[in-house]
Design a protein around this ligand. Structure first.
Ligand SMILES: *[C@@H]1O[C@H](CO)[C@@H](O)[C@H](O)[C@H]1NC(C)=O
Ligand SMILES: *[C@@H]1O[C@H](CO)[C@@H](O)[C@H](O)[C@H]1NC(C)=O
Ligand SMILES: *[C@@H]1O[C@H](CO)[C@@H](O)[C@H](O)[C@H]1NC(C)=O
Ligand SMILES: *[C@@H]1O[C@H](CO)[C@@H](O)[C@H](O)[C@H]1NC(C)=O
Ligand SMILES: *[C@@H]1O[C@H](CO)[C@@H](O)[C@H](O)[C@H]1NC(C)=O
Ligand SMILES: *[C@@H]1O[C@H](CO)[C@@H](O)[C@H](O)[C@H]1NC(C)=O
Ligand SMILES: *[C@@H]1O[C@H](CO)[C@@H](O)[C@H](O)[C@H]1NC(C)=O
Ligand SMILES: *[C@@H]1O[C@H](CO)[C@@H](O)[C@H](O)[C@H]1NC(C)=O
Length: 305
């Protein structure tokens, strides 16, 4: 039974690879809306091959605050995890960024946070609550209760009006803040309305009404893919560190240039490096019927939106 599952799984991976071998021609995706914003910055910031523009230079979006926002910048780069965190905008009161949406449909909303030291505010304790017109993205997050030094959040939201408002809501006389914001169109085909089950589960319908948050995006058996290697600006990490048993999987790969996308699939579905590598059974001749490849992905059980 378990062995069967594994066989099915391996053939599924192979099927994905083989179905990618057919020829297909395509034009590169050009997002209708593409906002990359370095909040509080006085100059353009190039990060992972993309240019983020200061939020003081608003063109097709507006920032409105019920108070006076402040900015924070680092005077030294030494302790900043990456250039996108060099500046932040600080919100003493509810503040909204309202974006013109040039084409309705799914959009990435990406948020970057790093509590800059010496900002004149205790950003470590700042509660971060972020909402859109329809969804709560973050609810009362603070770095005080978090192990990482910075935070990156990615959501996919179906925007069904001509504007999208992202609001930061401080609380209890404390400020809130953000370092950078992205709002970028996603091809509609990327997330269909219905998801087919892998095994005995029933299909899921009505996905287009949901907002999604990326928790993990793994490139099985392959390298880290950064936004400059993904036309949709996604990050894919290698799966090895999540393996339950390291030796249960070994990687295999083909030349990514040999990956061809069928006409029925938008090539933005995933970069060729995703299809060019696989995890296979660590030992194909294993006698143990319970052999399996298991990944352990930590999640926050107390998280709520
Ligand atoms: C900043 O980037 C924008 C968008 O790429 C560009 O139009 C603008 O000229 C840049 N400004 C500077 C000062 O480089
Ligand atoms: C936010 O979290 C803090 C603890 O970090 C808690 O004391 C406070 O009640 C929470 N506020 C809201 C509005 O949930
Ligand atoms: C933070 O790190 C400590 C020590 O490494 C660990 O015990 C704790 O579970 C971590 N907390 C979270 C929320 O990950
Ligand atoms: C977004 O929602 C609208 C209205 O429900 C729907 O017609 C459309 O197909 C959805 N788009 C995507 C990409 O899910
Ligand atoms: C496959 O695994 C080997 C050894 O673990 C590693 O050196 C290599 O970089 C991996 N290949 C890819 C494409 O990640
Ligand atoms: C990612 O893009 C950079 C710059 O374009 C390139 O040098 C690098 O080889 C690419 N990596 C992969 C895995 O495609
Ligand atoms: C398994 O691999 C991870 C990183 O991929 C490493 O940190 C860990 O030490 C390895 N465990 C064993 C038992 O080799
Ligand atoms: C998967 O393999 C591990 C050991 O590698 C074992 O502990 C576990 O019970 C197996 N799981 C299943 C569902 O057989």
């Amino acid at each position: 039974m378990v062995e069967l599952e594994v066989v099915k799984w391996v053939s599924l991976v192979l099927a994905v690879v083989i179905s990618s071998m057919f020829n297909g021609s395509y034009a590169a995706f050009n997002p209708a809306s593409n906002y990359l914003i370095a909040c509080g910055s006085s100059r353009n910031v190039t990060f992972q091959g993309r240019v983020f523009v200061p939020d003081s230079q608003q063109s097709s979006y507006v920032m409105k605050s019920q108070g006076n926002t402040a900015i924070a910048t680092s005077n030294s780069n030494s302790n900043i995890p990456s250039p996108i965190f060099q500046s932040a905008r600080i919100f003493p009161a509810i503040t909204s960024y309202k974006f013109n949406i040039h084409q309705q449909g799914r959009h990435w909303i990406r948020l970057y946070f790093f509590p800059l030291p010496n900002s004149g505010n205790d950003l470590e304790s700042a509660p971060i609550t972020v909402v859109t017109d329809k969804f709560v993205l973050m609810n009362n997050f603070t770095f005080k209760n978090y192990n990482g030094s910075y935070l990156f959040k990615e959501y996919s939201v179906n925007v069904t009006s001509d504007t999208l408002t992202i609001s930061f809501i401080p609380w209890n006389n404390l400020v809130s803040f953000v370092n950078a914001i992205e709002v970028v169109s996603v091809p509609d085909e990327l997330i269909p309305d219905q998801a087919l089950p892998v095994s005995q589960f029933a299909p899921s319908h009505g996905l287009s009404a949901f907002a999604f948050e990326t928790v993990y995006r793994l490139n099985m058996g392959g390298p880290l893919i950064t936004p400059q290697n993904d036309t949709l600006g996604r990050t894919w990490e290698n799966d090895a560190k999540y393996l339950h048993v390291n030796s249960s999987a070994v990687n295999m790969s083909v030349n990514p240039a040999t990956i061809k996308y069928p006409q029925s699939l938008v090539p933005e579905i995933a970069p060729n490096w995703v299809y060019a590598t696989v995890d296979t059974m660590g030992d194909a001749n294993v006698a143990n019927l319970n052999f399996n490849i298991t990944w352990v992905l930590p999640v926050d059980p107390n998280y709520f939106y």
